[in-house]
Design a protein around this ligand. Structure first.
Ligand SMILES: NC(=O)c1ccc[n+]([C@@H]2O[C@H](COP(=O)([O-])OP(=O)(O)OC[C@H]3O[C@@H](n4cnc5c(N)ncnc54)[C@H](O)[C@@H]3O)[C@@H](O)[C@H]2O)c1
Length: 354
């Protein structure tokens, strides 16, 4: 019987949306959001949470004692992170201390309380060079994998769990993969249940998109507030492709996992928007222009940044087979929701998104 749920990073984009979703769906559970508010804009989520009866605690997962001071926790969803690939190169210590050592501290809490543990990992665990080596072609508005592309761990449909994990994946990806290993070891050693989601690009309302993370929100905000924007890397064409999943779909998956954790124990899933929800930056620009009614000049930077990926699409076959989950919301749905959120909350968001 789950009474207390801890969402680490609970004032962040996914954490806050999840907290509100779980409060609604799991009546009678106490939801505790624990966050150090390092992400600019996360503080805006606190009233949203508290107004719905969710407990917010300002705390840092790098501090084990702060976690151990919490009451008995039945389930932990680990959503706290430095989620930016680029930031992980600028400040490796923070990324390692939060994404790896902080997760270890959350696991110590799970060990104390035998809490269930759901870990938000990333498609960035897959090595950059190998992903970029999947055969592709250049089309009018995007790069795309060849229809007949088929190899170890990938097909035209996307990257699956058999894809190699060997190779450089960015410090961000490396901390997440290392944490996955710790989650599995702790769950096995200390007899608690766990599930791991390797998520792709997530988007939706309450994402404080910035230049290095949260691309959909960032793209939309630049169009609305008319800021500078560039296509960076891969010759500056804007043809790189990602699959995008709505945060509501991510919440639905996690809710399912919470309700079926016994059967899903130790499972790792790739979960993303999938091929139907894949888009290039060029295509995204077109959609954002139509929705906002604004057109801005977009610059071009030819050179890649470290760990840039040309195309990533998740193969959702395994997660769909085992849970019945599939993304319900299209890219259009996502953009409409984000646009509406930015309009409704224009005043409070101005300082964060401009
Ligand atoms: N957003 C995406 O596209 C995406 C994709 C794949 C995986 N993920 C993963 O999903 C999870 C949630 O990401 P998000 O998009 O909500 O990011 P986010 O930055 O919006 O939220 C993370 C939260 O963690 C908090 N935090 C950071 N360091 C902390 C620390 N030391 N102690 C306590 N709190 C701390 C931040 O203040 C922030 O509120 C992360 O683990 C991320 O790696 C996100």
């Amino acid at each position: 019987m789950i009474k207390n749920i801890l969402i680490a990073g609970g004032a962040g984009f996914v954490g806050s949306n999840l907290a509100l979703n779980l409060k609604q769906e799991l009546k009678g559970c106490r939801i505790i959001c624990f966050d150090n508010l390092i992400r600019a804009g996360s503080e805006l989520n606190i009233p949203r949470l508290e107004d719905c009866g969710i407990t917010f605690i300002k705390g840092d997962i790098r501090n084990l004692q702060q976690l151990l001071d919490l009451p008995k926790i039945d389930l932990i969803v680990e959503c706290s992170a430095e989620p930016s690939v680029l930031a992980s190169y600028d400040n490796p210590s923070y990324t390692i201390e939060t994404n790896l050592m902080g997760t270890l501290n959350c696991l110590e809490l799970a060990r104390r309380d035998k809490s269930g543990f759901i870990f938000l990992s990333t498609s960035r665990v897959y090595p950059v060079e190998q992903v970029n080596n999947i055969p592709y072609e250049e089309q009018a508005t995007r790069f795309d994998w060849l229809k007949r592309a088929e190899g170890a761990g990938y097909s035209y449909r996307g990257v699956n769990l058999d894809f190699s994990l060997n190779g450089v994946k960015s410090l961000y990806g490396a901390t997440k993969l290392s944490s996955e290993q710790l989650v599995l070891e702790f769950a096995d050693m200390y007899s608690f249940k766990c599930a791991i989601n390797r998520l792709g690009v997530i988007a939706g309302p309450w994402q404080m998109g910035k230049i290095d993370q949260g691309i959909v929100g960032y793209w939309m905000a630049r169009h609305k507030y008319r800021g500078a924007l560039s296509y960076v890397g891969f010759d500056g064409l804007g043809k790189q492709v990602r699959d995008i999943v709505h945060v509501d779909d991510v919440c639905a998956l996690i809710l399912y996992q919470i309700n079926h954790l016994d059967g899903l124990d130790r499972k790792i899933f790739n979960a993303g928007g999938g091929r139907d929800n894949s888009v290039s930056l060029l295509e995204l620009t077109d959609m954002v222009r139509k929705i906002t009614g604004n057109t801005i000049a977009i610059g071009s930077v030819r050179d890649n940044r470290k760990a840039d990926i040309r195309i990533f699409i998740a193969d959702n076959s395994a997660v769909s087979r085992e849970t019945g989950w599939a993304p319900q919301k299209s890219i259009e749905d996502i953009l409409v929701d984000v646009n509406q959120w930015m309009d409704t909350h224009a005043d409070e968001l101005k300082g964060v998104l401009t």
